[in-house]
Design a binder for this molecule. Structure first.
Ligand SMILES: NC(=O)c1ccc[n+]([C@@H]2O[C@H](COP(=O)([O-])OP(=O)(O)OC[C@H]3O[C@@H](n4cnc5c(N)ncnc54)[C@H](O)[C@@H]3O)[C@@H](O)[C@H]2O)c1
Length: 324
C-alpha cells in the first residue's frame, strides 16, 4: 500500500484514475483548486481544495503526509487559450510544476507520473509517432508540457532515487464504464464531447475543421483512447514505479485512428440524431493525421487496453453527457 498525492484529481482524466485507484488499497489525497474540476467527480480518496500556487499549503500537506508517489494532472489544457494567454500556461503548467517538483525532491517523493500530450510532437511527418519522433510543439500548451518532460529528465539524471513515468496522451475520450465519472470540462475542444453536445441539442451545430486533408475522407485522423484504459495505464505506471521501475516516456493511444467524419457518423448512430455539421476552414497547426505507435507501453508496463472500440467510447461519452 502506498500513499499517493494526486494533483488535479477532480478533473476529467484525474477523476478516472481516482475512480480506478479507489478499488486498490492505496491511499489517495487529491489536491485540486476546482477551477475546472468538480467536487462531485472525486469519488474516492480525500479531497483537499487548494491551488498549486499556494506553496505554503501544499508544503504543509506534503510535509505532513509522507507521500510515496505523486500523479500530476493539474494544469491548464486549452490549446487556443494557450496561444492568446501564454503566460497563464507558463505559470500554471511550468512554474507550478517546477514548484511542485521542488517540494517532491525536498520531501523525498521519488516516484512521479506526469500527464503529457501528443501535442509535444507538433506536426510530425507521416502522422505516426513513436516516443522518439522529434518533439516540435507548435503552441504554448505543447511547449509547457515538453518543458516539464525536460525538467523530469534532468531531475532523474541528477537524483538517483527519482524515477518518473511520462504518459503522452493522444485523444482522450469517453466516460467511465461504471458511469461514475466523465467529462465536465468547461470550454472543451474535444470532438467527441462536442459532437455529443450537438446530438443532445446543447449546441446548434458541430464545426468540422477542414475536409481537404490527404486522408480517406478528407477530414483529420486522430487516435482516440478510452479514459478507463488511460486510467489503467496510470495504475500500471504506478505499480511499475513502486516495484523499482526506471524512468520512461510512453505514448498512450491505441495505434490506430478515425477521421472526424467517422467519429461524427458514430455519434449520429449512437444518439439516433442527425445533428447539423458545417465544414469550416482548417485550424492552424492541425496535422492531417496524429496517431501513436503504442507498443512500448505494453512492453514496459504490461498495459493491455480493453476498450479499443469507438462505438463504446462514444456510448460512454454520450450517456455521461445526457445525464450532466
Ligand atoms: N484531456 C485531454 O485530452 C488531455 C490530453 C493530453 C494531456 N492532458 C493532460 O491531462 C491533464 C488533465 O487534463 P483534464 O482533461 O483532466 O483537464 P481538467 O481541466 O478536467 O483537469 C485539470 C484539473 O486540475 C485542476 N487544476 C488546474 N490548475 C490547478 C492549480 N493551479 N491548482 C490546483 N488544481 C488545479 C482543475 O481544477 C482540474 O480539476 C492535464 O495536465 C492535461 O494537460 C489532457
Amino acid at each position: 500500500m502506498a500513499k499517493i498525492l494526486i494533483t488535479g484529481g477532480a478533473g476529467y482524466i484525474g477523476s478516472h484514475i481516482v475512480n480506478l485507484l479507489g478499488s486498490s488499497d492505496h491511499e489517495m489525497i487529491i489536491y485540486d483548486d476546482l477551477s475546472t474540476g468538480r467536487r462531485a467527480s472525486v469519488v474516492a480518496g480525500k479531497l483537499i481544495v487548494g491551488e498549486l500556487e499556494d506553496i505554503e499549503k501544499l508544503e504543509d500537506l506534503i510535509e505532513k503526509e509522507n507521500f510515496d508517489a505523486c500523479i500530476h494532472f493539474a494544469g491548464s489544457i486549452i490549446v487556443p487559450e494557450s496561444v492568446t494567454n501564454p503566460l497563464k500556461y507558463y505559470n500554471n503548467n511550468t512554474q507550478n510544476t517546477l514548484d511542485l517538483l521542488n517540494l517532491c525532491t525536498e520531501y523525498g517523493i521519488n516516484k512521479f507520473i506526469f500527464s503529457s500530450t501528443a501535442a509535444v510532437y507538433g506536426e510530425p511527418e507521416g502522422g505516426v509517432c513513436t516516443e522518439e519522433t522529434p518533439q516540435n510543439p507548435i503552441n504554448p500548451y505543447g511547449r509547457t508540457k515538453l518543458m516539464t518532460e525536460w525538467m523530469l529528465q534532468d531531475i532523474a539524471a541528477a537524483h538517483k532515487d527519482f524515477e518518473f513515468i511520462v504518459l503522452r496522451y493522444f485523444n482522450v475520450a469517453g466516460g467511465s464504464i461504471d458511469g461514475k465519472v466523465g467529462q465536465c470540462s468547461p470550454l472543451s475542444t474535444h470532438l467527441i464531447k462536442l459532437a455529443c453536445e450537438a446530438a443532445l441539442g446543447k449546441r446548434e451545430k458541430l464545426s468540422i475543421y477542414g475536409n481537404d486533408y490527404e486522408t480517406r475522407d478528407g477530414t483529420c485522423i486522430r487516435d482516440y483512447i478510452h479514459t478507463d484504459d488511460l486510467a489503467q495505464a496510470h495504475v500500471d505506471g504506478l505499480t511499475y514505479l513502486l516495484n523499482g521501475g526506471k524512468s520512461e516516456i510512453l505514448n498512450c493511444g491505441y495505434g490506430d485512428g478515425f477521421t472526424v467524419q467517422e467519429v461524427v457518423d458514430v455519434v449520429k448512430k449512437v444518439s439516433g440524431v442527425d445533428f447539423t455539421t458545417e465544414i469550416v476552414g482548417r485550424r492552424a497547426g492541425d496535422p492531417g493525421m496524429l496517431i501513436s505507435k503504442a507498443d512500448k507501453i505494453g512492453k514496459v508496463l504490461g498495459w493491455k487496453p480493453k476498450h479499443n472500440d469507438l462505438e463504446l467510447i462514444v456510448k460512454t461519452a454520450y450517456e455521461w453527457e445526457k445525464n450532466l
